[in-house]
Design a protein around this ligand. Structure first.
Ligand code: PMP
Length: 347
């Protein structure tokens, strides 16, 4: 049923990727005059490794995968764009999303002139499995499932995602941006049995490197190879590559990320409980992410009131199924205390 070769946009099936100077020569030389770089050493005068060899080696060891299953991208946002550009034909094909969800799936599709079919989540923010199962249109090339989902915060059961993956003839992209904060398992272990499964990860959340712009697309080597063909040759700069390599190789840093995640999870519970008791709060949705979705009776007023006190949260009240909702990222204990005391004063 799933045929990768058929899924690739026809004009990309035989496209030659750009061959950079360092693709043609790989090794150690004493004089580099092949890439029109500046010869004056300043640590950044050479191009980064566009093939991300060391990065993929370290990343794959960390995840227990084959390096060929990984592509590092300029934030997982770049991964979303590459997937759409590789597999969805403008003016013809479509992606499927279930709103409310992360906004960039739709934006990148629109930028590419690719259609977007929205099969909204049910009222409890669960996937509408029946609607998904009923679709049988070979123009549906990519299905995006964000789990844990932004902004609702819930994860979808692994068994449910897997049954969707097995029934879908295109690629199912599971965005695991918030997986480190979740008690639900990652689908990494399922890659071996699901040739049409793609997983997105980011270093912007639990790892604390939003400013670096590094994410990962994780899939079968043949899917990754297609994306490598169309990616910008040097999409991850040297400082970002070095930073991720050293972070993943450093036991202390790995332990620090774990500690930070545990603290944020504890704060998420504390904050959720406390926000639940605040004026105008109707409901705090359970969250598996580093944020809380809060339904209020007057989101505009609370948003403005918090803003006037120097606190910015995200107004999600115009998103499908999110009327009256604010999304609040979990901050440090001090920041969370400030939020709570300001919110209390917003009566
Ligand atoms: N996926 C989800 C679900 C997100 O919420 C975000 C950013 N908020 C991203 C992807 C993009 O992350 P990155 O910084 O890796 O581009």
């Amino acid at each position: 049923m799933f045929d990768l070769e058929q899924l690739i946009r026809p004009h990309l099936r035989s496209i030659q990727r750009y061959s950079s100077a360092r693709d043609e020569f790989f090794g150690e030389a004493s004089v580099y005059l092949d890439a029109n770089e500046s010869p004056f050493a300043n640590r950044l005068n050479r191009y980064p490794d566009g093939n991300q060899r060391e990065l993929c080696k370290v990343g794959s060891t960390w995840l227990g995968l084959d390096p060929k299953q990984l592509l590092f991208v300029n934030g997982s946002d770049e991964g979303i764009d590459l997937l759409i550009r590789a597999f969805a034909e403008p003016g013809q094909d479509r992606i499927l999303i279930s709103s409310p969800t992360y906004g960039m799936y739709k934006v990148w599709a629109e930028v590419s002139g690719v259609g977007v079919v929205d099969l909204p989540l049910k009222e409890d923010f669960e996937l509408d499995g029946e609607q998904l199962a009923q679709r049988n249109d070979n123009r549906d090339k990519l299905l995006f499932i964000c789990s844990p989902n932004n902004p609702s915060g819930n994860s979808f059961p692994r068994s449910e995602i897997l049954s969707i993956v097995r029934n879908f003839s295109g690629l199912v992209v599971v965005d695991e941006a918030y997986i480190d904060f979740a008690s639900s398992p990652s689908l990494l272990v399922d890659l071996a049995n699901c040739p049409n499964l793609v997983i997105l990860r980011t270093f912007s959340k639990a790892w604390g490197f939003a400013g670096l712009r590094v994410g990962m697309v994780i899939a079968s080597p043949s899917i990754i190879e297609v994306l490598r063909r169309i990616k910008p040759p040097y999409n991850i700069g040297t400082p970002a590559q070095d930073k991720i390599i050293s972070a993943l190789s450093c036991a202390q840093q790995l332990a620090q990320v774990k500690t930070n995640v545990e603290l944020l999870k504890a704060e998420r519970a504390r904050l959720g409980q406390a926000i639940g008791g605040l004026p105008s709060v109707v409901r705090v949705f359970p969250s598996q992410g580093n944020f809380l979705l809060v339904r209020t009776s007057d989101s505009k007023r609370i948003y403005e009131c918090l803003l006037a006190r120097g606190i910015v949260v995200r107004d999600r009240s115009n998103q499908t199924g999110c009327s009256g909702c604010l999304r609040v990222s979990v901050g440090t204990p001090d920041e969370n205390d400030i939020l709570l005391s300001c919110w209390r004063s917003c009566v």
